[in-house]
Design a protein around this ligand. Structure first.
Ligand code: UFG
Length: 340
């Protein structure tokens, strides 16, 4: 029996690989972990690092999830009973300039995966969705019942569309179990400092930008807007430690094993922090000053985005445990390990 992680060498995938293998070890379960990744936005050495943390080497296949033949061979080789689907392009800004590439890649990989799963009788699927599906709404905290009114960029729309494809697929196949996980803002890194996020070029996201300022790679942070209707005027988000997020996938897999149908869960902490809260928490946790300037609002941003967490607590028995200081410490620990 094997669980397949598409995009399993990436930021969230690699942490989930570790969380799953550690859970199986604790439970004495003889499950196999298989990672498929085309290494478009990840490095092969991540597999060695997962092995170093867990003491067990996952099976790794370098292939594109949209490659039908490669996926067929993969499903013929391993007895895959469940899939966690992370693979996809994820840069919001790039999706605006390359929409066709984003729709092609994110939808093709999902459709090829679904066809392959159907041919092999694989019925459990966990999908990496995003709080971005709420981004046109304005009532925080966002509950899973909040009506998704649309997205502000093509990346977000791919998540929105894939959610719909998966709902339809689950409805047509009542023996399937599909779990849609809407991530809020994952930051931090594994406390070992062995795996974390490696943004390409100038980081789009707040925490990798802050850690690069701390490392002296960039002179200062631009804070995008200080006139939002929030306590200090800067944007509020729900930052979640990637190790907590990874554990949410373990809980989702347990849930999928015991249920059929399609269910959606927010994975966040339920607490919103502003950009300046993050800057100050980082400075305090690591004793490093972060110079910043106030810049214009970034197009597409909303004032506040944080999760209602009751459903995940109740049905998955999961909630985030790390606090903001832990997230700041582990983000910096990781940045130091890659900038040495
Ligand atoms: N911000 C800055 N300066 C920066 C970068 C970000 O002030 O250099 C601010 C943003 O304006 C925002 C906050 O920091 O208020 C967080 O921005 P991020 O880019 O880190 O995260 P977003 O909330 O914009 O987007 C993230 C993911 C998306 C996902 C979305 C879901 O990057 O993939 O959360 O809500 F879709």
């Amino acid at each position: 029996m094997a669980v397949l992680l598409t995009g399993g060498a990436g930021f969230i995938g690699s942490h989930t690989a570790v969380a799953l293998m550690e859970t199986w070890k604790q439970r004495g379960k003889k499950e196999q972990l298989v990672i498929v990744d085309n290494l478009y936005n990840a490095q092969a050495e991540v597999i060695d690092r997962i092995t170093a943390i867990t003491g067990t080497r996952p099976a790794f296949v370098q292939a594109d999830v949209a490659d039908r033949d490669a996926m067929e061979t993969l499903f013929n080789t391993y007895e895959i009973t469940a899939v966690i689907h992370f693979a996809g392009y994820k840069a919001v800004g790039e999706s605006v300039s390359k929409p066709v590439a984003y729709y092609r890649n994110n939808l093709d990989t999902t459709l090829t995966l679904l066809e392959t799963m159907a041919r092999h009788g694989c019925k459990q699927l966990i999908f990496s969705s995003s709080a971005t599906v709420y981004s046109v709404g304005d009532k925080v905290p966002f509950t899973e019942e909040t009506k998704e009114l649309g997205c502000t960029n093509p990346y977000g729309w791919t998540k929105y569309m894939i959610e719909q494809i998966l709902r339809d697929t689950a409805a047509a196949h009542p023996d399937m179990s599909v779990v849609l996980l809407r991530y809020f803002n994952p930051i931090g890194a594994h406390p070992s400092g062995l795996i974390g996020e490696r943004p390409n070029g100038i980081p789009n996201n707040l925490m990798p930008y802050i850690t690069q300022v701390a490392a002296g790679i960039r002179p200062k942070l631009s804070v995008f807007g200080n006139d939002y209707p929030t306590p200090d005027g800067t944007g509020v988000r729900d930052y979640i430690h990637v190790v907590d997020l990874a554990k949410g996938h373990v809980a989702a897999l347990d849930y999928a094993e015991g249920h059929t149908g399609c269910e959606v869960f927010n994975l966040g902490t339920g607490v919103g922090y502003s950009v300046l809260d993050i800057v100050h928490a980082f400075e305090q946790a690591n004793g490093i000053h972060i110079p910043y300037e106030i810049a214009p609002r970034r197009p597409g941003d909303i004032a506040s985005c944080y999760a209602a967490t009751d459903k995940a607590k109740k049905l998955l028995g999961w909630q985030a445990e790390y606090n903001l200081a832990d997230m700041c410490r582990d983000s910096w620990n990781w940045q130091k390990s890659i900038s040495e």
